[in-house]
Design a protein around this ligand. Structure first.
Ligand code: GLA
Length: 692
């Protein structure tokens, strides 16, 4: 049983394979947190601590670890809910009503209902327990059972309490071309805030938290949570003056207000959360396994070719046909036409919104290309940016009021485009219809959905920050219902839309416009802490790389991109015979190993050398892979001792690379490890592991 209740003491104990989470209801009806950590079976050992204020200036609400603190009474700490009622009262004062347990196929759910002591506002807290995955998913639903409106000014998904001070907080920072830059910082007194206020997406921070108690990859306590939401979010970590660290995450209250009408419900996004005392690797495995089991489908992702870096906006049918033939010759399975195929799209200034096939570029229509791609036996994909419009387009001329705007202000363009007001039903209908027509009248298998600017001059409704992305989710869900075979890639100026909100609705992330194979290792490494490898699109592109200006050998570029779902973004028409041959070999190899890459367990191996090595391991069933990279050799030119992980200690393994073959036990490979020396700059090796 994963949910245990002590009725008399009103204590709830949520049990996963290795961990426990406990909270209870005190005699005042307050929901108070009791424990989160390693498994404790004896529910009767949990007691509700007696509340005693430290002083009149430290009221009991401040010192108590609450499951879902609201704004009201003597609370000054971070809270999860703020409501203004129709009469102007700005406090919530809840009372515990009841609980319910539901057993589902994949999880058990504890549902706690709270009610405001005066107003007919119901707050339902959901705890889904995924026992085998050592994870829990929390969410909150509000219901207005009164006859009057309620203004929801803040709604966080959950607050968590960690009984330590001086924890390490990690997340990512970044910007376009430099997404997913992992940082770790000590938490001390005061607050750490990460957030997104852009409405669309953000490269700056990612909606998750990791708090560790001096953990490493394989040891130590880690508390983590990932929000299932794109767009605006906020997360606060606070080491309080009362000997604990609290963390909460949910919808960003910046410029936010949701008008909850009588009879209406409103939910905060779910947050997937967990604890481990086995370090970051176990945290990643739990999240990856969860994503594979409940978020992603079981299909292996195809190798794609995308023409963006090769042709930019200068798309022509003739050249695309040539690229398609060459892509097929190399082994690509999906041919994607990127930006530039529609409207008057000859650059960033025009086209977005006019979603007709450009006649100069495709004189006989786009089916000429699609038919050829299909006859070559490939799938066909196409780029769109449906939430946007360029000012010179027919769409904008006909519907200038369809963009986010304030009548008395000038609307800002960014990348020469406006954002469509996706909260309007007519706009939603237009976007859905445009995509449905595209998918109905053409044989399209893959949509790359881009979004290249944030929202500004948002409309008067302050729930826009919530409703915009809801509309995107709903449109894609409806399209998938009608066109179930179509895969959707989430892109926002590269990796701006990487989160657990969009994943599952979309299938792939475009990880970054930065396709430099060496930079990508940093991006991929950080990405892997939280997100599954199967959703990580990675391309091999031309050198010198357009961002880094670096020249990296093709073999290294392939190895780096083969760590995710492989794509090719080179101008393949310029390939030499030698490059063609190498690309063919690498793509064929990727097809053999991709079940291990896309569905295996992923390990970030420790670099035991002073030199600049990076190594990663994948294991699936009886097979595995090791990717080893040396970007820059340093003076001393040290070899690397590579200690493997996750093997069975008594099983014998064969490791092969080049003409080398090594036979060792799992114990030897994990404890002693193998020695490997790569030399020069941008050296890389792919080592195959198999049980003997
Ligand atoms: C964004 C994407 C790129 C490409 C261009 C097209 O920058 O991240 O991959 O699709 O738009 O304009």
């Amino acid at each position: 049983m994963s949910i245990i209740v002590n009725e008399e003491r009103r204590i709830f104990l949520l049990q996963t394979l290795h961990n426990s989470y406990a909270f209870g209801v005190d005699d005042q009806g307050l929901l108070r947190h009791l424990y989160w950590g390693k498994k404790i079976d004896a529910i009767d050992d949990f007691e509700m601590p007696v509340l005693a204020e430290v002083s009149t200036n430290d009221p009991v609400f401040e010192i108590t670890r609450e499951e879902f603190p609201v704004y009201g009474r003597l609370r000054y700490k971070e809270h999860c809910l703020k409501v203004t009622f129709a009469d102007g009262c700005r406090e919530v004062d809840y009372i515990y009503e009841n609980y319910k347990i539901e057993n589902h196929k994949d999880y058990d759910e504890l549902i706690i209902t709270l009610k405001d002591s005066h107003y007919d506002l119901y707050i339902t807290l959901h705890y889904k327990v995924y026992g085998d995955f050592d994870l829990m998913e929390r969410s909150v639903t509000l219901r207005n059972a009164s006859q009057e409106n309620m203004a929801i000014e803040q709604l966080q998904s959950a607050q968590f309490h960690i009984p330590y001070e001086n924890l390490n907080f990690s997340n990512v920072h970044g910007h376009w071309g430099a997404e997913q830059q992992r940082f770790v910082q000590k938490v001390s007194y005061g607050k750490v805030v990460i957030e997104n206020r852009r409405g669309i997406s953000s490269h700056n921070h990612n909606p998750y938290f990791i708090l560790d108690h001096d953990a490493s990859e394989t040891q130590g306590e880690v508390y983590f949570g990932a929000l299932r939401r794109s767009g605006n979010f906020s997360g606060v970590v606070e080491q309080t003056p009362y000997g604990e660290t609290l963390v909460q995450m949910g919808l960003n209250d910046h410029d936010f207000c949701y008008n909850l009408a009588p009879g209406e419900e409103f939910s905060a996004p779910a947050i997937i959360c967990g604890y481990t005392n086995q370090g970051f690797e176990t945290m990643s495995h739990h999240l990856h396994h969860f994503a594979q089991a409940f978020i992603l489908d079981n299909d292996i992702r195809p190798v794609l070719y995308n023409s963006w870096e090769a042709t930019g906006f200068g798309v022509t049918c003739e050249e695309q046909l040539k690229l398609a033939k060459k892509a097929k010759e190399l082994g690509a399975e999906l041919f994607v036409v990127d930006d530039g195929w529609f409207g008057e799209r000859n650059g960033i200034k025009n086209g977005l919104g006019d979603w007709y096939v450009n006649k100069q570029k495709f004189p006989h229509g786009i089916d000429e290309l699609i038919d050829e791609v299909k006859s070559l036996g490939m799938m066909f994909g196409i780029w769109v940016e449906p939430e946007m419009v360029n000012p010179p387009t027919k769409l904008y001329k006909e519907h200038p009021d369809w963009i986010y705007h304030f009548a008395t202000r000038v609307s800002d363009t960014s990348r020469e485009q406006y954002v469509l007001d996706m909260t309007r039903e007519d706009v939603q209908q237009f976007v859905y219809q445009m995509l449905d027509d595209l998918l109905t009248s053409h044989d399209v298998d893959y949509i790359k959905w881009d979004a290249n600017r944030p929202i500004s001059q948002s409309n008067f409704d302050r729930s826009v920050w919530y409703k915009h992305i809801e509309a995107v989710y709903d449109i894609v869900k409806a399209l998938k219902k009608k066109h179930p075979h179509v895969l959707f890639e989430a892109c926002a100026s590269g990796g701006g839309r990487i989160d657990y909100g969009i994943l599952g609705i979309f299938d792939d992330f475009w990880t970054s416009d930065n396709t430099d194979a060496c930079d990508r290792l940093t991006i991929q490494d950080s990405y892997s802490y939280i997100y599954p490898i199967k959703a990580m699109r990675a391309w091999v592109t031309d050198c010198p790389n357009f961002i880094s200006n670096r020249d990296i050998p093709m073999r290294y570029r392939f190895h780096s991109a083969m760590m995710g779902t492989l794509g090719i973004g080179c101008n393949i028409l310029k390939f030499s015979d030698e490059e063609t041959k190498l690309a063919q070999e690498m793509i064929a190899l990727y097809k053999e190993i991709r079940p291990i890459v896309q569905e295996g367990d992923f390990y970030r191996l420790e670099n035991l050398s002073e030199d600049d090595y990076r190594s990663y391991e994948y294991l699936k069933d009886t097979k595995g892979l090791l990717f080893v990279f040396l970007s820059h050799t340093r003076i001393g030119h040290r070899p690397l001792t590579l200690k493997l992980r996750g093997l069975k200690k008594d099983t014998r393994y064969k490791l092969t690379y080049g003409d080398q073959e090594i036979h060792k036990s799992g114990a030897y490979l994990m404890e002693r490890g193998i020695d490997l020396r790569l030399s020069g700059d941008y050296a890389s090796e792919l080592i195959f592991i198999s049980e003997m």
